[in-house]
Structure formats: C-alpha cells, structure tokens
Design a protein around this ligand. Structure first.
Ligand SMILES: Nc1ncnc2c1ncn2[C@@H]1O[C@H](COP(=O)(O)OP(=O)(O)OP(=O)(O)O)[C@@H](O)[C@H]1O
Ligand SMILES: [Mg+2]
Length: 393
C-alpha cells in the first residue's frame, strides 16, 4: 500500500471499508440505489472507484463513474452520462432512436460524434437547446435500452449536489433541477441502479431550493465513519511495511493514533506522510511534528470547509445560534449538550429549534448521542478542535 494523501485511491492503495463495499455492491446488484454524502476527504470517491473496480473485475456489472462537479448545464450532464455508457449501450440506443423516430436522426449523430470525441466541454448553444428540447425522448431511450443490456449498468455519479448548485447559480429555474432528478429517478425505477455521492448535503440543498425530496425517497444512505482502532493500526502497519520502516512497532503506531483526532484514512495518510522520515525511538519528534506539520495540514484541509459550511449553509439568524451552540458544546466536559440547553440558546435568536438542530445535524456539526435521547455531541473530534480555535475554548 502506497502513502497517497491526495487523489482518490483504489485497488492495492485502498484499505478496508469492507462492510460499506459489500453493502453497496449488494444494493446495486439487487437493483437498488444508494446515497453517499459526507465531509470532504473522507473517502467517497475512493469508495466509488473501488466499487467500480470490484464490480467490473469479475464482470458482474458495468459501472459508469462520472464526476459532475464542473458540469454547468443539464445538457453537459446528459452528455457526460451518455459518454460513460458502454459501447453496447450506444448501439442499443442508436437502434431504438432509429426505430422510435422520436428525435431527429441528425441530433443523434451529432450527439454520437460529440460523445465519441469526448469534446462536450461547453456543449454549444445549438446542442444545448436540442438536448433540452428533446430531453424526454432521449431520457426514454436510455430507460428503454440500458436495463435490457446483457450486463447490468450501474451509474456512479460523484458530486451531484455541486452540479445542482451550478444550475442554480446560473439562474436556471428549479424546474430544471426537478427534471434532472426526476429523470434519474425514472431510470432507477426502470432498472438502472445508481450511487449518488457528494460532499454537500443534497437533502438540505433541495430543501433550500424548494424541491421536494420525494425525488430521492427510493435510495438508501451509506455513511463513512472513521476506521476502528484495529483497522487504523493495520493501515499504518501496511504503510510502514511498504516503506521498510522496521522501527514502526505497535508502540509507535499507538502513539501516533493517540495523537490523531479521528482515524479517517486521509488522517492516517497525512500523519504517515510527515512522520515516515523520522526514526521512532527516544528521539521520535512526535509532539513537534504533530504541532508543526500534521495538525496544521489537517486543519488547513478541514477548518476552511467547516467555516464555509457555517457561513454558506445557514441563514444569518440560525448561524449566530449555531455558533453559540457549537461553542458551548466545545467547552463542555464531556463535549455534549442536552436539547434543553440548545433550546435556551435558540430562543433569544427566535429560530425554530427543530430546524436548527436538523441543520446542525445535516451539516455534520452534531449528532445524537447513542443511547441518550435528547443529547447531542460532535461527530468528529476535529469539529470540536475547530470550534475551540474559533472562540469556543
Ligand atoms: N479506503 C481508503 N484506503 C486508503 N486511503 C484512503 C481510503 N479512502 C480515502 N483514502 C485517502 O483519503 C484521501 C481522500 O479520499 P477521496 O478523494 O476518496 O475522498 P472524498 O471524500 O471523495 O473527498 P472530496 O470530497 O474532497 O472529493 C485519498 O487521497 C486517500 O489518501
Ligand atoms: Mg471526492
């Protein structure tokens, strides 16, 4: 296993997540769909890549993995999906379109050329209009042909909420957002299972745009948590072994784990990246390297993300209340709050308590304490550290 703390990983570089992989594989092969949302850097894209690798390795499915973060229009989005389909799907689509005569042949041949060249960055005004005008017959063609192919086709769509935000930012009507999501839903029902992933909550986004989440009520949710200690240990062991670092015994590994806030693979990769040149033993400069390099690195990756979530995803009034709730929670020992305490903070701000708690939960700033109804805590230790750095000390 290589030390990779940048791009998404798969194959030999991908570790664990066996439960999540099996859950996703089973769901998709049964024709069901899943949602995978969570903070940045926790391994969503890696999981999609590994899913694709596993499902295709033994021919169980054909996976179309697309990242739609930069797609600016509904037609670019559509073309990206078409391009990711296997060649057999292209042939079946062409045949169906020829027979159904529901859209001009010239449009289909233009689409095919574009798709084959992979040159649809900026689909072009004419094509844009054509695809929107013929959206329904095009979507129908996919629905009528793709589920009947000799191998199941699975769509893995990464960063879907960003694409929806792009549409909104361009001033598109929410009707278009609904149309895109309704098409995906209709494909799912016709037998095209999919995994939809992203780093911002799609539920909140749809709610804020006034789009009913009925378009998503047929999918089950998958969450990525930090690794359990034994797996975190094993991952560091593997990284050290790959670099022939004999000095990395269990004592060293435990010392590293104890200093890390959360054990997401990315955190482990990041710590190892900075520590691999040090010689474990008496002179192991663990404290110093954590303070000088590892913590600042992780904080750079995550604190800006948390700040951004708080400023962009909360309406002004709720934001003030949210900050106070998080600050009070950060000061607590243990760092948790009862709903009554949250209510006390919320009422002077005249915000709706249920709405505030839900938004805090959806944005992954708090979660219910297991087995203690009416109590909330931070989902990750890094969130508390962030709040402390922002005045909740
Ligand atoms: N299962 C894993 N095994 C090993 N490393 C992993 C694993 N999952 C994630 N990583 C590490 O975490 C980093 C981030 O992973 P990835 O890009 O998949 O996250 P992401 O959730 O898609 O992030 P973003 O929201 O920024 O797109 C990778 O570069 C890799 O170092
Ligand atoms: Mg990603």
């Amino acid at each position: 296993m290589r030390n990779r703390s940048g791009p998404p990983v798969s194959g030999d570089d991908f570790a664990f997540r066996e439960r999540e992989l099996r859950f996703a594989e089973q769901a998709l092969l049964d024709g069901n769909s899943i949602l995978l949302f969570g903070l940045r850097r926790i391994g969503k894209t890696s999981l999609l890549q590994e899913l694709k690798r596993r499902l295709e390795a033994d021919g169980r499915a054909w996976c179309c993995l697309v990242d739609v973060q930069d797609k600016e229009s509904a037609s670019e989005f559509f073309l990206e999906l078409l391009d990711a389909l296997p060649a057999t799907a292209g042939q079946a689509l062409g045949k169906w379109i020829g027979k159904a005569r529901t859209l001009p042949n010239s449009l289909w041949s233009t689409l095919q050329k574009r798709v084959r060249k992979g040159s649809f960055g900026g689909a072009g005004i004419e094509l844009d209009k054509d695809i929107l005008d013929y959206w329904k017959p095009l979507a129908d063609a996919v629905e009528k042909t793709v589920p009947g192919l000799d191998r199941p086709v699975v769509l893995l769509i990464d960063e879907l909420p960003f694409f929806i935000e792009n549409l909104h930012a361009r001033g598109e009507d929410t009707a278009l957002v609904k149309q895109v999501l309704a098409t995906l839903r209709s494909w799912r029902h016709a037998g095209v299972p999919m995994a939809l992933a992203g780093s911002i909550s799609i539920d909140q986004l749809l709610e804020d745009l006034g789009v009913s989440n009925l378009v998503l009520n047929d999918v089950s949710r998958l969450e990525l948590h930090p690794l359990p200690r034994e797996e975190a240990r094993e991952m560091l062991r593997r990284l050290a072994t790959a670099k022939d670092l004999a000095g990395w015994d269990d004592t060293t590994i435990d010392a590293v784990l104890d200093r890390l806030d959360d054990w997401f693979p990315f955190f482990l990769q990041c710590a190892f990246h900075h520590l691999q040149h040090e010689e474990p033993g008496d002179g192991f400069r663990l404290e110093e390297i954590f303070a000088r390099h590892i913590e600042p690195d992780l904080q750079r990756s995550f604190f800006a993300q948390f700040d951004d979530r708080l400023t962009r995803r909360f309406p002004e009034k709720e934001r003030k209340a949210a900050e106070q709730v998080l600050n009070l929670m950060a000061r607590g020992e243990p760092p948790s709050l009862a709903i009554g305490q949250i209510k006390k903070i919320a009422s002077p701000h005249v915000v709706d308590l249920t709405g505030l708690v839900r938004r805090l939960e959806v944005q992954q700033f708090i979660r219910p304490v297991a087995g203690k109804p009416g109590h909330y805590e931070f989902p990750f230790r890094l969130v508390r550290r962030w709040r402390q750095a922002r005045g909740g000390a």
